[in-house]
Design a protein around this ligand. Structure first.
Ligand code: HEC
Ligand code: HEC
Length: 335
């Protein structure tokens, strides 16, 4: 009897654990100190990698003197979006990644390595061409990212990946309200036309003091930053520049609306985006370009609300799980 009760209690405890997620305390971990690296080959490689991330435009940007090094198509730096050179919580950090790759990449529809992921930012966020996998610049940036992962135990999940996850609106985000917020809060730095503030004349490789948010020298339409959820959370946790996620300056609603304004502006268009996400059911709900499997309009995919799209995708996935995978190659189903 006592045995049965214990078994019963044990099951209850297990059930309670599996339904209510227990918050795990933040592991004690600090970004490793690059300054303490010795001045040897490895130390110099890691420092070179950091320079490439903080001043990308000066090394592989479109204005560098050596045409063969013009890999990036715009004058942004990785650090414009990977804040504090990839060390800021909810500022798209680049730490703790060594152990996360290779992973399944839904965009590519296959397993991708850290180098593949980096090249996705080269062709989308940087609107450029991929770095050869053995390019010295690739080796250096990966060495820096691996260095940032030091001390993170395998399997350990740190707080602060990505750019956060605030509650979603139950209405479409509104670019017109967003424009007012932009004029009041963002234009002072990012400029009235979203073009940012260059350090020098446009044909130099000195990059920006404040990066552009749209226009010909910005990230392209297929960049992660052009997805409403990503950019809205990034803005909420990090903008105006200097904001920390613990003390956001904009309300979530303001962040969604100003993000809607930014993504509604013109920017470079990537070729061949119809080849992204070969499995359309894996396509993030806020991908701003088709094709879509769910029948919702492009407009709803851009501005939300995303809940109904998610529900429809879940229904389609469940249906597929029952009927088995669709045959590929003939473009249709067997039913
Ligand atoms: C315009 C903003 C922007 C720029 C510039 C940019 N990135 Fe990114 N990057 C992102 C965003 C946003 C993500 C997360 C995307 C997502 O939601 O999948 C990301 C993801 C990554 C990841 C994967 C991180 C993870 O947690 O899995 C790596 C590695 C990376 N970027 C490297 C770079 C490098 C190196 C550069 C410069 C050559 C660069 N990025 C430039 C916005 C940017
Ligand atoms: C005080 C000046 C300042 C203000 C105000 C400001 N930003 Fe920024 N923003 C920056 C700087 C500087 C960066 C690049 C940070 C870095 O490189 O460390 C940046 C980066 C960004 C990025 C990512 C990089 C890119 O090119 O897209 C976005 C998106 C962004 N800001 C949006 C906004 C929005 C929206 C607002 C208004 C709510 C805003 N910012 C207000 C200075 C500012």
């Amino acid at each position: 009897m006592a045995y049965v009760a214990a078994l019963f209690l044990g099951t209850q405890v297990l059930l309670a654990q599996s339904t209510a997620p227990v918050p795990t305390p933040d592991p004690f971990w600090n970004v490793p100190d690059i300054g303490s690296l010795p001045d040897d080959d490895h130390g110099r490689l890691v420092r070179r990698g950091r320079d490439l991330i903080t001043a990308t435009y000066a090394h592989i940007g479109p204005e560098v003197p050596d045409p063969s090094k013009r890999y990036a198509g715009n004058n942004l730096a990785c650090r414009n979006c990977h804040l504090d050179a990839g060390a800021k919580k909810f500022g798209n950090p680049l730490w703790g990644l060594e152990d996360l790759f290779p992973q399944y990449g839904s965009e590519a529809g296959r397993r991708i390595t850290l180098k593949d992921r980096l090249n996705a930012c080269m062709t989308r966020s940087m609107n450029g061409r991929p770095l050869p996998l053995d390019a010295p610049e690739m080796t250096a940036m990966v060495a820096y990212i691996d260095f940032l992962s030091q001390g993170v135990k395998p399997g350990e999940v740190l707080t602060g990946y990505g750019s956060g996850r605030m509650a979603e609106l139950d209405r479409p985000a509104d670019p017109r309200r967003g424009e007012t917020i932009y004029r009041q809060t963002c234009a002072i730095c990012h400029n009235s036309g979203g073009q940012g503030l260059r350090r020098s004349l446009p044909d130099t490789d000195l990059g920006y003091m404040v990066p552009p948010l749209w226009g010909p020298d910005s990230f392209n339409n297929a960049a992660g930053m052009n997805r409403l959820t990503t950019i809205a959370n990034f803005i909420h946790d990090n903008m105006p520049n200097g904001t920390n996620y613990l003390f956001p300056r904009l309300s979530p609603e303001e962040a969604w609306d100003v993000a809607a304004f930014v993504v509604s502006q013109p920017r470079p268009q990537k070729a061949d985006t119809d080849k992204d996400y070969p499995d359309l059911l894996q396509k993030p709900v806020d991908t701003p370009y088709g094709p879509y499997a769910d029948g919702f309009s492009r407009e709803q995919h851009v501005y939300g609300p995303f809940g109904p799209i998610r529900a429809e995708l879940a229904r389609l996935k469940a249906e597929r799980a029952v009927s088995g995978p669709r045959p590929t190659g003939n473009g249709g189903t067997s039913r």
